[in-house]
Design a protein around this ligand. Structure first.
Ligand code: HEM
Length: 198
């Protein structure tokens, strides 16, 4: 699970770090928080359905994401996944996280802690940040038909911003865990040399 072993990895790490810097510029307005909470009241009635649609769409548009999941890696027939108990359970885990995030929109520091921790976990799931932005796009595609005439450009903007906020923090958590694991894997000699260089 390397993060900066090859030149290629170092390059992707750099672009991930740029994403992290972007999080500083992501700001949810009071109005957007209101819109998210309000639309969530409708979306949450279909939480299991949205979770499944979101992941089937993700695997259709970005098949490389499927390989990250041990359970879905070999599955070619995506239609079969729509009725899979495992995908339903996974979708529900992700949607429950979104529910928790919506509940923390008035305490952003608690949401930050939650998303940072999730990013650290994703380092261990071998799911790198370059894939995170796809999930927000598929969530929007899945909830738009549910919200029907309630869907507006402002609703779309509010959810996009919320996903940018969360995935920016997940990226930061992933990077922190990556750096920690890298320093733990250094030999005592390399660690001493690194500390001397600081
Ligand atoms: C907005 C983006 C995402 C969110 C909010 C999210 C959320 C979650 C949550 C809540 C879990 C349950 C375990 C835990 O809490 O640590 C999880 C597990 C996992 N996620 Fe994500 N995830 C996102 C993106 C991705 C992407 C893009 C991939 C792969 C390409 C991925 C791969 C995994 C894997 C492999 C697991 C562990 C297996 C499992 O729980 O079924 N995640 N994710």
């Amino acid at each position: 699970m390397g993060c900066a072993i090859s030149g290629l990895a170092a390059k992707s790490e750099l672009s991930e770090r740029n994403n992290t810097e972007d999080v500083v510029n992501v700001h949810l307005t009071e109005q957007q928080i209101h819109i998210i909470k309000d639309s969530w009241k409708v979306i949450r009635d279909d939480i299991a359905k949205v979770g499944i649609i979101m992941f089937v769409r993700l695997f259709e548009t970005h098949p490389e994401c499927k390989d990250v999941f041990f359970l879905f890696r070999g599955v070619e027939d995506l239609e079969r996944l729509r009725t899979s108990r495992e995908l339903r359970a996974h979708g529900l885990r992700v949607m429950s996280f979104i529910e928790k995030s919506v509940g923390r929109l008035d305490q952003l520091e608690r949401l930050e802690a939650l998303a940072l921790e999730l990013g650290k976990n994703h380092y261990h799931y071998n799911a790198p940040p370059k894939y995170y932005s796809y999930v927000g796009a598929e969530f929007i595609g899945a909830v738009q038909p549910i919200l029907k005439e309630r869907w507006t450009a402002d609703v779309e903007d509010a959810w996009k911003t919320m996903f940018q906020f969360v995935t920016g923090l997940m990226t930061q958590g992933y990077q922190e865990e990556c750096a920690l694991q890298r320093s733990l894997s250094l030999s005592p000699k390399d660690r001493a040399a690194k500390n001397n260089a600081l």
